[in-house]
Ligand binder design. Structure first.
Ligand code: SER
Length: 350
C-alpha cells in the first residue's frame, strides 16, 4: 500500500466503525509547553481532562507531529524522523481497553494482512486486564506477550500533569535472523529485530509533580501508529525513508546532485551517502511543514528549529558535493507528494 492508500484505509476503517474523522491540528502549536504538536492526543488534552466537550465520543485522524528528541538518530535509524504522521483513534468515555485492542488487531491482521504470528504485544507490568484481553479474547499466546514497566508501557515517558496512563503496544517481529540473535530476544530488547507499530494508551489519570495520580472524569483511549513505519513494513523496505513519498524526495536530491553539482550519487552504494540522503529528506519534510504553518527562520522557538533543519541539511549536502543552496529546490517535490494530504503545502508553496 502506498502512503496515500494507508491514510485512506485507516480513516475509512474507523469511519465505518462510528468514528468522527477529524482534521489534524497545526504542527506549530500555541501550547506553551511544546513548540510542535508531538502526539495525536495533544489537541484533545482538555477533552480527556473533562474541561472541554470532545467533538464526538469517538474520533480518528492523522496528526502531523514533530519531535526533536530523535534528531541525531534520523537517517541512521530505520524508523526515526523529526516530522512524522501519526494515525490515531480516540475514545472519550466511550470504548475502553477491549474496544481499542479489538479495533487495532482487526485493522492490523484482517485489513492490512500482517501475519498474526509476526506480532508481539507489550503491556504495562500491572495491567492484568490488558494481558487477559490479548491472550483470552484475541488469542495471542502468552509467550508473545511481554510485561514492561513505566519506562516503556506508560504514556508519556516523562511525568507531566496532562492525561496519562498505562499502554499496550503491538510490535512486529522481523524474525530471529535480524538483530542480536539471542534466544530470549523480545520487544524489550534494543536490537532492531522488533519494531513498535502501534501504541494504545489507556488514558486514565493526570499526574501531579509528586507522582500522585488523579483519575480522569472518564477513562479514554488514545492510540498512535506512525504512518512512516507502517509504510516501511507494508512496502517491504529496510528504512522508512525508502517508502513511496519520501523516496521521491531522495530521487529529487540525487537528480539535483547530478544536474547541478556534477555528482553521480546512487542510493545503496555507500552507507554515509544513504544517511545524508535520508537526513536531507527528513529535514526537507520538516522544513516544508513548519514553513507551511507560517514560520520563518529565526533565532528562537519553532523558527530556530526550521533554521536548524536548513543548516543541518545543507551540512549533509556539502558531504554529497553540494555547490550552493538546494533545500528550496526540494520543496516543490515535498508539496507534490504530500500536498494532497496537506493542502497547505501547495497553497503556501510560493
Ligand atoms: N499518545 C501516544 C503516543 O504519542 C499514543 O497516541 O505514542
Amino acid at each position: 500500500m502506498k502512503c496515500r492508500e494507508i491514510r485512506d484505509s485507516f480513516l475509512g476503517f474507523f469511519a465505518e466503525r462510528g468514528h468522527l474523522i477529524m482534521p489534524g491540528a497545526p504542527l506549530v502549536t500555541d501550547d506553551p509547553t511544546t513548540l510542535f504538536t508531538v502526539a495525536g492526543m495533544q489537541p484533545y488534552i482538555a477533552a480527556f481532562r473533562g474541561e472541554e466537550k470532545p467533538p464526538a465520543p469517538r474520533v480518528a485522524g492523522i496528526q502531523k507531529c514533530a519531535r526533536m528528541g530523535d534528531l541525531e538518530r534520523v537517517g541512521r535509524s530505520a524508523t526515526h524522523h523529526t516530522f512524522f504522521e501519526m494515525l490515531g483513534n480516540f475514545s472519550f468515555g466511550d470504548y475502553f481497553k477491549q474496544g481499542a485492542i479489538e479495533y487495532a488487531w482487526e485493522y492490523v491482521v484482517d485489513v492490512l494482512g500482517i501475519p498474526r504470528e509476526d506480532l508481539w504485544i507489550t503491556v504495562f507490568q500491572d495491567d492484568d486486564e490488558a494481558e487477559r484481553l490479548w491472550h483470552e479474547h484475541i488469542g495471542v499466546p502468552l509467550q508473545r506477550i511481554v510485561r514492561l514497566g513505566r519506562g516503556e508501557n506508560w504514556w508519556p515517558q516523562e511525568r507531566w500533569e496532562g492525561p496519562c496512563g498505562p499502554c499496550t503496544e503491538i510490535h512486529l517481529d522481523f524474525g530471529p535472523g535480524v538483530g542480536c540473535g539471542r534466544p530470549d530476544c523480545s520487544p524489550a530488547c534494543e536490537c532492531n529485530r522488533f519494531v513498535e507499530l502501534w501504541n494504545l494508551v489507556f488514558q486514565m489519570y493526570t499526574e501531579a509533580p509528586d507522582g500522585t495520580l488523579t483519575e480522569l472524569p472518564a477513562p479514554g483511549v488514545d492510540t498512535g501508529m506512525g504512518l512512516e513505519r507502517l509504510a516501511m513494513i507494508l512496502q517491504g523496505k529496510r528504512f522508512s525513508a525508502e517508502t513511496d513519498e519520501m523516496w521521491r524526495i531522495i530521487e529529487r536530491t540525487i537528480a539535483i546532485a547530478r544536474d547541478e553539482w556534477g555528482r553521480e550519487l546512487s542510493y545503496g552504494a555507500d552507507p554515509e551517502v544513504d544517511v545524508a540522503l535520508r537526513v536531507i529528506c527528513d529535514h526537507a519534510r520538516g522544513a516544508a511543514m513548519i514553513t507551511a504553518d507560517g514560520i520563518a527562520p529565526t533565532n528562537e522557538g519553532a523558527g530556530y528549529v526550521l533554521r536548524r533543519f536548513l543548516r543541518r541539511a545543507y551540512r549533509f549536502g556539502l558531504d554529497l558535493g553540494a555547490s550552493g543552496p538546494f533545500m528550496y529546490k526540494l520543496l516543490p517535490t515535498v508539496a507534490e507528494v504530500m500536498g494532497e494530504a496537506y493542502p497547505e503545502l501547495r497553497e503556501r508553496q510560493e
